[in-house]
Design a protein around this ligand. Structure first.
Ligand SMILES: [Zn+2]
Ligand SMILES: [Zn+2]
Length: 336
């Protein structure tokens, strides 16, 4: 099934023609639970990974013996999903059976991989695989590569602070003859939010406009006058930030939102301003961005809220910025 973003409630470029200079397309990915294959674009699906190539690993020094078992994370989600299904069929609130309760209570964090020293290589988790043919806004990467593979380490313990480590890999799909059948996974994860549920994608190209605080002052002030004072606006009122500027959810290309930190320059080490390549989102919409819910999901909302189960920041997005000049330059991350 395709996914269709409803037409924006107003034609903002007709109201503010100078916004045309701050327009850009983005491809919303609309991940939904499914069973993708290695030749599909996906979140949390199998990678088109050659059987004779080593799987990417994390060797950065940090603790990797303690956390939750990956299989426990999945078991808990299966039990929860089953309970939601039962409850919604019966029209009641979800409640665990005694047996489920016992299982859930037994799934605990702990030192589940005591054999792992702090620099032992652990397999990275497959996060997303994006084929150029499916995702019109996928940019960067070597010209002859047609698929981008995204991995991360399931611990936030890299660098100073609690940074996550993300790994991007471009490849030529035609080069892959035999796909690695048994794709490695870490035994223990630092946080369950790093574990994506397998999702198929329904890419859809939309138009976005620059984040409000990065527009020229005069334009921004005119827009604020048009929106009216914040305290006088009701919840249904159309807003630039919520309805017209930046699409919520997983996407490729488009603009980044800076609602947590305020805008900061994302420059590559070569001096080139970097561009947001991929947005990894906790939710596809919230109460302020409900106008972006696809037509096909409006009735049930099923799968439209947090289909991937990925949670990288409490309620926000992880932006992966890349250098448009050279795909070999290191990417940078922004959590918003
Ligand atoms: Zn790591
Ligand atoms: Zn660069």
């Amino acid at each position: 099934m395709t996914r269709t973003t409803p037409e924006r409630p107003v034609d903002v470029e007709r109201l503010f023609p100078e916004l045309a200079r701050y327009r850009r397309t983005a491809t919303r990915l609309h991940p939904r639970p499914g069973a993708p294959g290695a030749r599909d674009s996906s979140v949390g699906g199998p990678m088109l990974w050659p059987s004779d190539e080593p799987w990417p690993v994390c060797t950065h020094p940090h603790k990797r013996s303690s956390g939750e078992r990956l299989e426990d994370v999945r078991l808990r989600r299966r039990i929860e999903a089953e309970e939601w299904r039962r409850a919604s069929e019966a029209g009641v609130r979800p409640a665990w059976t005694e047996a489920e309760w016992e299982v859930l209570a037994s799934l605990k964090r702990g030192r589940h991989a005591p054999w792992l020293a702090n620099t032992d290589p652990i397999p990275l988790l497959a996060v997303a695989q994006l084929y150029r043919q499916d995702v019109p806004d996928l940019f960067g990467g070597p010209a002859d590569c047609d698929v981008l593979q995204v991995f991360w380490c399931p611990f936030d313990a890299h660098g100073t602070g609690h940074q996550l480590a993300l790994h991007l890999r471009w490849r030529r799909s035609a080069d892959v003859r035999e796909v690695l059948a048994d794709q490695p996974e870490p035994v223990v994860v630092g946080a369950p939010g790093y574990v994506p549920d397998p999702c198929v994608l329904h890419p859809e190209q939309v138009v976005e406009y620059q984040y409000v605080d990065l527009l020229p002052d005069r334009l921004r002030r005119r827009m604020e006058r048009w929106e009216g004072p914040e305290e006088e606006r009701d919840e249904e009122a159309v807003g630039y930030r919520s309805d017209l500027s930046i699409a919520p959810g997983w996407k490729v290309g488009g603009f980044a939102s800076w609602h947590v930190t305020d805008p900061r320059p994302m420059d590559c080490e070569c001096g080139q301003p970097m561009e947001p390549l991929l947005t990894i989102a906790t939710y596809e919409c919230d109460s302020s961005t409900s106008s972006w819910i696809p037509v096909e999901d409006r009735e049930t909302l099923e799968g439209a809220i947090g289909a991937t189960s990925v949670l990288v920041s409490r309620d926000g997005n992880l932006y992966v910025f890349v250098c448009p000049r050279d795909p070999g330059h290191p990417h940078r991350l922004s959590l918003q």
